[in-house]
Write a protein that binds this ligand. Structure first.
Ligand SMILES: [Fe+2]
Length: 148
């Protein structure tokens, strides 16, 4: 859709685990879609925005659970703090979704800006921590079991 890239994947975001990188790219795509829905300002745009919000919530839930399982599997010591970050994010997003559906004033634009800021910071910083941990422990060499 269009050439307007509100949010885009960069190779520096990679955590070194291809399946996780794919999921992060999908999160970025979903955020880009929400941004595009914001631009229209029509009733159809509002319906599309609502649908895109739900798609995002579903995907975030799936992705966070995959990440948390992975961190558990590798015995990552930062799991509790990481989980807390996920929980706080989900709480805020669900609140905004609820407010939007009840017709309360959530400004789609600031919602999408918040998403972009949180997702990029989380991917570029917090998620790197378990990526480094996986690399340092050379987990793949000690087990045949796939990480994810
Ligand atoms: Fe994460």
């Amino acid at each position: 859709m269009g050439g307007d890239s509100f949010i885009a994947w960069k190779n520096t975001y990679s955590v070194g685990i291809p399946k996780i990188d794919e999921q992060h790219q999908e999160l970025i795509n979903l955020t880009q879609r929400l941004h595009e829905a914001c631009l229209s300002g029509t009733e159809a745009g509002r319906v599309y925005f609502k649908k895109a919000m739900h798609d995002l919530v579903n995907y975030v839930t799936f992705h966070f659970s995959a990440e948390e399982k992975l961190m558990e599997k590798i015995g990552f010591p930062g799991l509790p703090e990481h989980k807390k970050e996920h929980e706080n994010f989900v709480k805020k997003v669900l609140e905004d979704v609820k407010n939007f559906e009840q017709g309360k004033a959530i400004v789609p634009n600031s919602f999408v800006r918040y998403l972009r800021q949180w997702i990029l910071t989380h991917i570029a910083q917090t998620d790197q921590e378990y990526g480094i941990y996986v690399m340092q422990n050379q987990y793949k060499q000690v087990s045949d079991e796939p990480l994810i």
